[in-house]
Design a protein around this ligand. Structure first.
Ligand SMILES: [Mg+2]
Length: 402
């Protein structure tokens, strides 16, 4: 098989209700969808969620990146699933930052669409690639279901209480509380979470890079009494050099998110003693294999990792996250698959939203195991680019259809 065309869609999906954290407030999401078409008429879909405060990307920069991408690694015939996976993985790992920008979301969209097209072409699901991805995935008994964690966004005190009560009724056993608003609100929200969700619930907090070094040390100290299992991204970008000092000064384990997007940042964070855990997100880290690589590095170094998501992921990224959660051992917490609770309409026919208690089963079927609804994709598309790939020498032609 050969990939003959890539289509890039920029889409705007409205939310049922707003979502807020210390760095953003949104009622809709702008995502990038990539479609990879093979010479045998198979289509694969992928998705990325560009956020400037995460990877430095914007929807514009992501579209530009994909339009100017060198697609020569796709120009040859792909003779087998194993070879396709080998080539895709090599491409995902060979990534360079562009100044302040790490093109994680753009590459995730493209990489997932290629993985979906590749596995569909061979009639296998992503869950079955362990056999073809030798040395990448630890073999072992796969779980029959995974349990997702709740995430409590900010808002009025009444809305936070209502959300926490819902989570309790839904029987979640772990939850993340967004902090970084003000000392009063942070302590109030965390206390409410502990009270409402009960003693046995695993509660962690995420400051989304809201604090300076002194505030972080003070606040983390004050949060200790609520028995917090980790504090995510405590420091503003300009104070990141102080992470080892913060980590030494507090008792709650430090989880990095925005400051650990790629392998270089991860290695540097590990070497400087900046973290105990990392929040791996497919869109942030540049795709399935790039994220797998990060999990492998963390596991080798004896550090922890959770699987996170971007707010506003459609069923495509939720499906990819589901496969990742089943394939990768030792994930501390799984976030994502909030589809039905957040999106007015989903792009996929299948609804990957978790069920009661946060429980979810593996997705079956070829590729990602979800089917994109063309009419919904068209409805929310605001920009579309088609890139035709020719056999060597590669000629790329990008045409703009708005
Ligand atoms: Mg975070």
């Amino acid at each position: 098989m050969r990939i003959v065309k890539i289509i890039i869609y920029r889409i705007r999906l409205p939310f049922k209700r707003p979502f807020a954290h210390a760095r953003s407030f949104r009622r809709e999401t702008e995502n990038i969808i990539s479609e990879s078409l093979t010479d045998r008429g198979v289509s694969g879909f992928g998705e990325g969620v560009p956020r400037d405060y995460v990877t430095g990307e914007t929807p514009d920069s992501a579209v530009r990146y994909l339009s100017q991408q060198n697609y020569s690694f796709l120009s040859d015939e792909i003779p087998s699933l194993e070879e396709g996976i080998r080539r895709l993985r090599a491409w995902e790992i060979d990534v360079r930052r562009q100044g302040e920008v790490f093109p994680g979301a753009a590459r995730c969209a493209l990489g997932l669409s290629l993985l979906d097209a590749l596995t569909r072409s061979y009639g296998v699901g992503i869950g079955e690639i362990a056999r073809s991805a030798e040395g990448l995935l630890q073999e072992g008994r796969r779980a029959s279901r995974v349990r997702y964690s709740a995430v409590c966004s900010g808002g009025s005190v009444a809305s936070v209480i209502a959300t926490l009560l819902k989570y309790r009724l839904y029987n979640f056993v772990s939850a993340k509380v967004k902090v970084g608003w003000s000392e009063r609100r942070d302590l109030l929200f965390t206390r409410l979470a502990r009270r409402i969700l009960g003693r046995a619930t695993d509660i962690r907090v995420d400051a989304n890079g809201a604090w300076d070094t002194r505030t972080a040390i003070t606040m983390i100290g004050k949060l200790e009494k609520y028995r917090i299992s980790s504090i995510e991204e405590p420091l503003m970008p300009r104070y990141r050099g102080d992470l080892p000092r913060v980590r030494e000064s507090v008792r709650i384990p430090i989880m990095l998110d925005e400051s650990a997007c790629d392998r270089d940042q991860l290695t540097q964070a590990i070497e400087s003693g900046s973290c105990d855990m990392v929040n791996i997100r497919l869109s942030k880290c540049g795709g399935f294999f790039a994220s797998l690589e990060m999990a492998n590095i963390l596991r080798e170094r004896g550090l922890g990792y959770q699987l996170g998501c971007q707010v506003g992921e459609s069923g495509i990224l939720s499906a990819a996250g589901r496969h990742f959660a089943f394939l990768v051992p030792g994930i501390r917490h799984v976030e994502g698959s909030y589809d039905r609770h957040l999106l007015e309409q989903n792009l996929t026919e299948e609804d990957p939203t978790f069920g009661y208690g946060g429980w979810a089963s593996p997705l079956r079927g070829p590729g990602l195991g979800v089917t994109v609804k063309r009419e919904i994709l068209d409805k929310y598309t605001v920009e579309k680019h088609e890139i035709e790939l020719r056999e060597e020498p590669v000629h790329r032609r990008a045409r703009l259809h708005v």
